[in-house]
Design a protein around this ligand. Structure first.
Ligand SMILES: Cc1ncc(COP(=O)(O)O)c(C=O)c1O
Length: 338
């Protein structure tokens, strides 16, 4: 992964080396950060964000759970996300907004006097498991680590601390020669991958664990549910036992980083005939078609990156971005909701 030149940090674009945090930062000690991973795709109409508004909304909801007061509105965050892509001259990108308790305290109940900062990093990144993985599929294992039980910490919140669980799952898988690990929920039923949601195809139907199985409710997962509906394929959200992985005709995993990655074996047992199956392929075609224009964006999931100089000045020149005219409706809604 190559660092980008510029990072958006608390309202300003800064060189990569200057966007830093203090060693006393609360987030470093206790994982008190919330973040998103968002993709920008190169399309015939230029770089476009995929479901930017939904990611920003999830970021703000994650922040709400941990009482992280982000000093920027949803519109300002969206504009800042655009600015960092434009300023780095990226045609496609993986974008990481992160809000974190930047101030020092060893308290586990920090007050609002401990500042919260927001940074947005944009890098160029191909598919998480590599381009061949999208074509050929990956080999995965079931992890010896379970996902956190729902009454421990919320897996539906995308918080930095949650990713200790993901690191254990992914590291164990890689040590065993697998691309990824799939975790069971604390009750022993299937949950998700270290950084992906899980789908199983059997008898022409798609099955996926529900949100109660300690998953992150993925935005790619939600997109796949919608695209499957468009293709007339039934999707069942239900609890699934581990053996469903071995009974499956097809298995695939979804995520912003992983996109739609076919799984060709689980625990060294082939999935189906060991090749990505027809339903996985059809969903990949529909999903990636959004970015080359062969699938209509009928749900308004794509947002063009505003590359104009004006957008950059508004976002960087005044320390804090100001909502432009096209944002005022949304800003108003937020004020009313608050
Ligand atoms: C634990 C976990 N589950 C699922 C996902 C997929 O979520 P999304 O499709 O919103 O990227 C991710 C990636 O963000 C993740 O980290």
């Amino acid at each position: 992964m190559k660092p980008a030149q510029l990072i958006w940090h608390n309202g300003r674009l800064k060189p990569w080396t200057e966007a830093t945090v203090h060693v006393g930062a609360h987030a470093l000690h206790y994982g008190s950060s919330v973040f998103e991973g968002i993709r920008v795709y190169a399309t015939p109409l230029g770089p476009q964000y995929f479901r930017l508004g939904d990611h920003t909304q999830r970021l703000l909801l994650s922040a709400k759970v941990y009482d992280l007061k982000i000093a920027f509105s949803a519109d300002q965050i969206d504009r800042a996300c655009e600015a960092v892509v434009a300023a780095n001259g990226l045609a496609s990108a993986y974008v990481r907004p992160i809000a974190y308790r930047a101030g020092f305290t060893f308290s586990l109940s920090p007050g609002q006097d401990v500042p919260v900062e927001l940074a947005i990093i944009a890098i160029e990144w191909g598919s998480m498991h590599g381009a061949r993985a999208l074509e050929e599929g990956v080999d995965v294992c079931v992890s010896s680590w379970n996902r956190a039980a729902p009454n421990t910490y919320p897996t539906g919140v995308k918080a930095g601390g949650n990713y200790l669980s993901s690191q254990l799952i992914a590291q164990e898988a890689v040590r065993g020669g697998f691309a990824e690990g799939i975790a069971l929920a604390s009750g022993g039923l299937l949950s998700e991958g270290a950084g992906e949601n899980l789908f199983i195809v059997r008898g022409g139907k798609i099955y996926t664990p529900p949100v109660g199985c300690s998953i992150l409710a993925g935005i790619t997962r939600d997109s796949v549910l919608a695209l499957a509906h468009d293709l007339g394929i039934d999707v069942v959200e239900q609890v699934l036992p581990r053996e469903f992985l071995y009974f499956a005709d097809e298995v695939f995993m979804t995520g912003t980083a992983a996109e739609i990655t076919p799984v060709r074996s689980v625990d060294r047992k082939p999935v189906g005939n060991g090749q990505p199956g027809a339903i996985t392929r059809a969903l990949q075609k529909a999903f990636f078609g959004l970015f080359d224009g062969t699938t209509a964006d009928c749900r308004g999931w794509l947002t063009p990156v505003d590359c104009t100089e004006q957008a950059r000045v508004e976002t960087c020149g005044h320390g804090r971005p100001l909502p432009g005219p096209r944002d005022q409706g949304r800003a108003q809604e937020q004020t009313e909701a608050a």
